[in-house]
Design a protein. Structure first.
Length: 461
């Protein structure tokens, strides 16, 4: 049962901890997609017809992922760089998402409007779905797309990032032991493969996670065939600390909300706003943790922060940090690339950062965190809302009612109080502004892969 397509010369994949090649994936030619999508369309008719069989297959897929957990996690760490414990957690989340959606089904709704007609809203799958996923959570984000799409009765063509194709290809092979042929196909390749996939007339829904410019290009491509789009385009999440916050009590949670996966998390804390009188203490607490955390290869059991995944992203982090330092910011910890092989950057806490610095207004997506002082809560909220992003945000303080009132003013899709970036499988996940279009997660994610079908019939006399 093939789950991926072999084609052309390979893509070399780099281990970001060593800079050495750790594997190779096929580089599919865009014109070969026609056959893949044709097979996905043919598989759709059988897959959509039997909900009970889908439930059984998805449960089996979850079990298969768990059984292959060691191999998947180790390969994921080698190509992505994250600590092995985080890779195991990603594999577990992948299986959990399959199991959650396996047991989720749309509900038929009866409409009563006073007419002698029985109207029912039923739900149908949309057809073959294209998923394009980034390199920070290759398996987890793939599952966030294929689990609801397959549960809804669609088939899928899945394209991972060229930086992290290996674990996704392995995942495709694992899933093939539980899923019918051509229900899920993994394709790998450089551009313009993704553009061709997003604009292909045989695709009815395109779901993409990545940068804002690429997301716009994906939407433009999908518009040619009027395909539905779901776009998760990153964030620049702010954490607002109130003046009653217990700095030492929240410092660990705040630090890891920013630095998990080396800061390569769309909904990580990327800016901290602290009351002026507490600012120095917040900087000191976070800098202490940044200086003492173990940085190294994700395969080392002592490592807590691994490398940046790829050379272009490392170059961006170096550039943003260097520009901020040149503009007057000070590194209370880090601020530089680490010596030696691999893509390592020292965990960095920046203070005295000009509010308009790019490291504040843009998504740095790495182990760099600016901490900015504020004078009033209104000022902090305005600053938190003052970028083009609107994915998530958080408020930290002792008075929970007051913190919730401030959180309600944040312009974002999800707001947390005294924690950050924690999601349930059952809740919706969506951003506003430049952070995206559409909703993932929970029943909302399932219905996003369905279309309503209304049946009218006269009432019996």
């Amino acid at each position: 049962m093939p789950t991926f397509e072999e084609a052309g010369p390979g893509i070399s994949v780099t281990d970001p901890a060593t800079g050495e090649t750790c594997g190779e994936a096929p580089d599919m030619r865009p014109d070969e997609l026609d056959a893949v999508i044709g097979r996905a369309h043919r598989a759709w008719s059988g897959w959509r017809a039997d909900p009970a069989a889908r439930t059984h297959a998805l449960r089996g897929a979850a079990e298969a992922v768990e059984a292959a957990g060691d191999e998947l996690a180790r390969l994921l760490t080698r190509e992505q760089g994250k600590p092995l414990a985080e890779s195991y957690a990603e594999v577990a989340r992948t299986a959990a998402r399959l199991r959650y959606f396996a047991d989720l089904a749309p509900r038929t709704r009866r409409i009563s409007d006073g007419r002698p007609v029985r109207s029912e809203v039923r739900w149908r799958p949309v057809g073959p779905v294209a998923a394009i996923v980034p390199w920070n959570f290759p398996l987890q984000l793939a599952a966030a797309k294929f689990a609801p799409a397959l549960a809804a009765g669609n088939t899928m063509v899945l394209k991972p990032s060229p930086y992290t194709p290996l674990a996704t290809r392995l995942l495709g092979s694992v899933l093939a032991t539980a899923l019918p042929e051509d229900v899920l196909t993994v394709v790998t390749g450089r551009e313009p493969l993704g553009a061709r996939l997003a604009s292909h007339p045989g695709i009815r829904h395109v779901t993409f996670t990545g940068s804002v410019p690429t997301g716009r290009a994906v939407a433009e491509g999908a518009a040619a065939s009027l395909a539905r789009v779901t776009l998760e385009l990153g964030g620049n999440d702010a954490a607002v600390l109130l003046d009653d916050v217990d700095v030492e009590g929240v410092a660990d949670r705040l630090f890891w909300a920013a630095f998990r996966n080396c800061g390569q998390v769309c909904m990580a804390v990327k800016r901290v706003y602290a009351p002026a009188r507490l600012h120095a203490g917040v900087v000191e607490a976070l800098a202490l943790r940044a200086k003492s955390v173990a940085v190294g290869s994700g395969l080392d059991p002592d490592t807590r922060i691994g490398p940046v995944n790829n050379a272009p992203q490392l170059a961006r982090i170096v550039e943003l940090t260097g520009r901020a330092l040149a503009d007057g910011a000070r590194a209370a910890a880090g601020g530089h690339r680490l010596d030696g092989p691999g893509h390592f950057f020292a965990p960095t806490i920046l203070t005295d950062v000009p509010p308009g610095s790019a490291v504040v207004t843009e998504e740095q997506f790495g182990p760099v965190l600016p901490v900015l002082p504020y004078g009033s809560v209104d000022e902090a909220v305005d600053a938190a809302n003052g970028t083009g992003f609107g994915l998530g945000g958080s408020v930290w303080g002792t008075d929970l009612d007051r913190a919730e009132a401030v959180a309600d003013r944040l312009e974002c899709g999800t707001a947390w109080i005294n924690h950050h970036a924690e999601l349930s499988l059952a809740q919706p996940f969506a951003g506003i502004k430049d952070s995206g279009v559409g909703v993932a997660g929970g029943p909302w994610g399932l219905y996003g892969n369905l279309r309503p079908f209304v049946v009218h019939r006269p009432e019996e006399p």
